[in-house]
Design a protein around this ligand. Sequence first.
Ligand code: NAD
Length: 412
Amino acid sequence: MSHTYNIRQAAVIGAGTMGRGIVISLARAGVAVTWLDNDPQAITAGIAMLAQTWAQQVAKGRLQACEADACLERVRAASTYAELADADLVIEAVFENLALKQDIFRTLDSTLKAQAILASNTSALDIDAIAAVTGRPEQVLGLHFFSPAHVMKLLEVVRGARTSPQVLDAAHALGLRMGKQVVVAGNCPGFIGNRMLATYVAEARKLLLEGATPRQVDEALQAFGMAMGPFRMYDVVGIDLEWRARQLAGSGMDAPLAQVDNALCGLGRFGQKTGQGYYRYAPGSREALHDPEVDALVLKVAQDLGVRRREIDDEEIRERCLLALVNEGAKILEEAVAGCSADIDRVYLYGYGFAPEVGGPMRWADQQGLGLILARLERLQGLFGEHWRPASLLMRLVAAGRQLADVREGRV
Ligand code: NAD
């Protein structure tokens, strides 16, 4: 039987970086929130951070004092799952670990009312594997916010194999109430945004080992119009996140492309938050300063790996990083993980700081001309190998004289 969902009362599990921003977004949209973390201190600190954020907005004239009070009143700390029983929607934002999330979803399934929607803020885990431990897989989906969740405009709504259309509609409506750009993504590792990002970052890391410096890569992409280059982005997000995930998973530590990050983390250089990462930062400042020690570290890692270094120009950096995004984006379109190319562009514009004047990676590719894009990918395939094999969708579009913008749900 179909059911129309009306989300008035939400619950959030996890009071870390993401949980805090999600609670702010919900409360600002007028939704009451019950908040749970297994560390009571995290909730206390989280509520203090909320109060401080809203007080700052009042001071800047962006929020009225009575609205700030109303927002704070909407948030209630909980210490047991029983207190979440009335929630219409729960968003889980605990550590990125499948077994942990599955445990939490089992508990949520057995404690929350039958109509409640269960969502995970996972960055890349399998939504179907999470849904499978519940008795209500049609009410399970991903709600992938970006950091900081109350500032970043993008919300990726991740559709599991069994998520019902009514649940997707409810998530979409809630996203709009929170002022987000909502994009529906299919369930695959990394969804739309992080799946494409993985290919882009892999090229950036290869370029470092082959001869570029972090500053050169970042500046070449910033000159194209990106809000920040990949290494500055890692400094903002925290280089340690992936490093810890590799350690937790017990895999990937030996990968050549992880060696610069491993070396930086080994020195405690986690990024902006520790004052040093790919760049260094003066106390209290966010200005990324060039650090010759990092260039030396990159050189040493490349030598230890036996990579022959050469002069790399800015054009090659842009060519490889942008075409990696385009080729993976085309695969995502072909698999109908994204419904249309404009959705991919919105993910990149609102979630990843892609050059706004260019309008997104897929639009850029269409403007360049897909025939030219295909030829450039084939050239890279000849130079660097099979991972550059062009998506078959690109070949079909070129043969038919069509564009990426003509594709809907995987069909031309
Ligand atoms: P975090 O480490 O800042 O916070 C996680 C919180 O979960 C902590 O407060 C911890 O006490 C709590 N927690 C852990 N186990 C728990 C349990 N069993 N029950 C209740 N609470 C528990 O992590 P984060 O950066 O906020 O990430 C949370 C999730 O969001 C992850 O799945 C992550 O992949 C995803 N995500 C993170 C980002 C980001 O940039 N940080 C962006 C998008 C998505």
